[in-house]
Design a protein around this ligand. Sequence first.
Ligand code: ZN
Length: 102
Amino acid sequence: MPIKPSTPEEEFFARQEWERKRALAQTREQALKEEERKALRERHWMRCPKCGMELVEIAYQGHQIDQCSSCRGVWLDAGELEALSKAEDTGFLGSLGRLFKD
Ligand SMILES: [Zn+2]
């Protein structure tokens, strides 16, 4: 019978995976020229990162939440996860906030 890892263990390994993948992505981003970065920003602004359709932004309980008009995925701007995780420190959002904290 497999042993289920505890929440702190899951957070530790998930954070290690995130840091490794983030470092690889940053290496690829550094190789892009400024014009390429600008073109990517303009092409993808307010577009779903999964399906490319338009994101719809709403204000809810003091937070800006973007939802894809097509696949219904939810997108949070930089800083929104931290703000949400502070309101729910012991729950799932609190755990996510700790995982992606700089
Ligand atoms: Zn989508």
